[in-house]
Design a protein around this ligand. Structure first.
Ligand SMILES: Nc1ncnc2c1ncn2[C@@H]1O[C@H](COP(=O)(O)OP(=O)(O)OP(=O)(O)O)[C@@H](O)[C@H]1O
Ligand SMILES: [Mg+2]
Length: 370
């Protein structure tokens, strides 16, 4: 079932938790809602579930306007961070519970619950109580219970947050597998970018209740719509370097320094200042002739297979992930080059992505400028 959200706003007193949100989630898609704490992810999910009614705007499930429809009539399955299982009931009875509420006969309910348990790989745990299960197993029970009613939509609010790193990795793959096997439309809330980027068909990134970008995961990483998205995604974080144009010779240099920046694309921008965004993995150590930046190395760390250096450019510093075989030392002068097509440009006033001097809103490819 596809979901259409039209101009949805939710206010609590003086806080606008969701601010004019519009999008369409296609049938069978898994969409992640990503963003920092308090950006409105859970509120959006509660609005979809029907547990909250919006201040304004509309929600459609298929062709049906469900905006005023109560939660129990929307046929949504919900999974939360804290599992919310009934501790005194067995796994089987937990999964059967929604069917019991629907007054399905017991034999049929048992059959369907058992079938769902098999799909979730917990068929061998049916007689246990939740307290006798690991976190990952409890979350499987919660998902089975959410799916057993055959809902139209599955809503998951940070379902993996209580699990340790390894289990989280396993469970996020499981959620994807189950979602695809059932073919259900799912909305998955997380503040973990890796989780969102790895399992979703599409990611919606929010900040302060406002949708910042709505696109495929790779596209979002490669073409962030604004400074916020660029800085939210990526670890180690993207570098921002503010550059300004020299009044006489029209060349750009790093702001408040004398370091010129030689990039042909900068000619397209008719601006006094702008922000360049370059991810650490887009920078490499090179020779003076091919370099974009020059500076002293002020920090070096080796993390697994990567070496991360920090280079002082005067007014700002940049981080670069470089070849660990390079012999580098703190205090060395270092020349850094960058993949030109991997340099992002943002307005220093609004933070919006720039393209050829204009705000980049036409979604065509960057490559033509490379
Ligand atoms: N019932 C409520 N009453 C008043 N304010 C609320 C209520 N629920 C949420 N808010 C506020 O709305 C904003 C969005 O909250 P929401 O819970 O949707 O954020 P979130 O993105 O889920 O954050 P987190 O990652 O911390 O779970 C916050 O500023 C929050 O304080
Ligand atoms: Mg939340």
């Amino acid at each position: 079932m596809d979901i259409r959200i039209q101009d949805l706003t939710m206010r609590f007193d003086n806080i606008t938790a969701v601010n004019h949100l519009s999008t369409t989630i296609k049938d069978g898609e898994l969409v992640s809602l990503l963003g920092p704490s308090g950006c409105g992810k859970s509120t959006t999910l509660m609005l979809l579930s029907g547990l909250y009614k919006p201040t304004s705007g509309r929600i459609y499930f298929g062709n049906q306007n469900v905006t005023e429809l109560d939660a129990e009539k929307r046929q949504v399955g919900m999974v939360f961070q804290n599992y919310a299982l009934y501790p005194h009931l067995s796994v089987l009875k937990n999964i059967m519970f929604p069917l019991k509420m629907k007054k399905m006969n017991k034999i049929e309910a048992r059959e369907q619950a058992t079938e769902m348990a098999e799909l979730l790989h917990i068929g061998h745990l049916l007689n246990r109580k939740p307290g006798q299960l690991s976190g990952g197993q409890q979350q499987r029970v919660a998902i089975a219970r959410a799916l057993v009613k055959k809902p139209n939509v599955l809503l998951l609010d940070e379902p993996l947050s209580n699990l340790d790193a390894r289990l989280r990795l396993e469970m996020r793959e499981e959620i994807r597998r189950i979602q695809q096997e059932v073919g259900i439309t799912a909305v998955f809330v997380t503040h973990d970018q890796e989780e969102a980027l790895s399992i979703s068909d599409r990611v919606m990134i929010m900040n302060n209740g406002v949708l910042q970008q709505d696109s495929e995961p790779q596209q979002m990483y490669k073409k962030p719509a604004n400074e916020f998205v660029a800085s939210f995604l990526g670890n180690p974080p993207i570098n921002f370097i503010t550059v300004e144009r020299h009044r006489q010779n029209e060349h750009y240099k790093i702001k408040h320094t004398a370091q010129p920046i030689h990039l042909s694309r900068l000619k397209h921008f008719d601006r006094t200042t702008l922000k360049m965004g370059i991810r650490p993995e887009s920078l490499f150590v090179t020779t003076q002739n091919n370099s974009l930046f020059r500076g002293d190395i002020i920090h070096i760390e080796t993390i697994g297979r990567d070496t991360l250096i920090r280079v002082d450019l005067g007014e700002s510093t940049v981080r670069a992930l470089v070849d660990p075989k390079k012999k580098l030392q703190i205090g060395d002068v270092c020349f850094l080059g960058a993949e030109e097509e991997e340099i992002h440009y943002f307005s220093s006033e609004t933070g919006e992505r720039l393209k050829g001097g204009k705000v980049d809103d036409d979604q065509t490819d960057l490559e033509e400028y490379a």
